[in-house]
Design a protein. Structure first.
Length: 261
């Protein structure tokens, strides 16, 4: 199937590894031009070279701290300078730290807000002039916690739901410009972040990592973790020219884990 991404220009945030990298790879394989970003410039350049070896599309990179508005502006300008107007924005961020309500300070809340919600708002604001001309796609990554809060991740639980509220509102406001806005939330997708959370959770529960994995997979009807590539395929479709009518939706890629409707 031709996803009609040939020659389209995409900015994929937080894409030096994990879900962001997988999304960038899928977009490139469909012929899109992609700008990737992350804070670690060495890791970022290594990822860029790996993606260039695919020999599909064009890829460029620029380091960016997405909690810094000036750096966001510079990144968007860089992306325009590399490939022209931005057709696709994939908003992504690392997750905020784990912790219970009583353990968190005002600084913790403010930092999580800047990372997981305000950065999304700022990126949308900066790319809108491009998309208002001929339409575009905005996909905001969140978490399965938007349907079912995850114990010990209150910062993520709160601000990921903010992403859903933002996206639903934008889908309505931006529809006249043919800008489609959706949220995609991962469940138990095997990434570095999941493994880090597993380690912390196993220690808190006083069990082995193996026991925790068995417990987690017992909640997934498909009986296994998802892969970053499986997640990226859905995002790539939503970002593609084949998606002409899906907007304002929150789609979970979770192997059937979440029971809520």
């Amino acid at each position: 199937m031709d996803l009609k991404l040939e020659g389209r220009n995409a900015l994929v945030v937080a894409s030096s590894r994990g879900l962001g990298k997988a999304i960038a790879q899928n977009l490139l394989q469909e012929g899109a031009n992609v700008v990737i970003t992350g804070r670690d410039e060495i890791k970022l350049k290594k990822t860029m070279q790996e993606l260039r070896d695919l020999n599909r599309g064009n890829v460029s990179c620029k380091a960016c701290d997405i909690t810094n508005y000036e750096e966001i502006k510079e990144l968007v300008q860089f992306a325009r300078g590399e490939f022209g107007k931005i057709d696709v924005l994939i908003n992504n961020s690392g997750g905020p730290p784990a912790g219970k309500f009583t353990e968190l300070t005002d600084d913790s809340w403010e930092e999580a807000f800047e990372l997981t919600l305000l950065s999304y708002i700022r990126f949308v604001r900066e790319v809108l002039p491009d998309m208002k001309e001929k339409g575009g796609k905005i996909i905001n990554l969140a978490s399965s916690s938007v349907k079912q809060p995850i114990p010990g991740l209150i910062l993520s639980n709160v601000f990921r739901n903010g992403v859903v509220g933002l996206s639903k509102t934008l889908a309505s406001e931006l529809a006249p410009f043919n800008i489609l806005v959706n949220v995609v939330g991962p469940g138990l997708i095997l990434t570095d972040r999941l493994e880090s959370i597993q380690k912390e959770e196993a220690e808190q529960k006083g069990i082995t990592k193996e026991a925790l994995i068995k417990e987690q997979l017992g909640k997934v009807p498909l009986g296994r973790y998802g892969t970053a590539n499986e997640f990226a395929k859905i995002v790539t479709f939503l970002a593609s020219g084949m998606n002409t009518y899906v907007t304002g939706e929150t789609i979970l890629i979770d192997g059937g884990m979440i029971n809520s409707i």
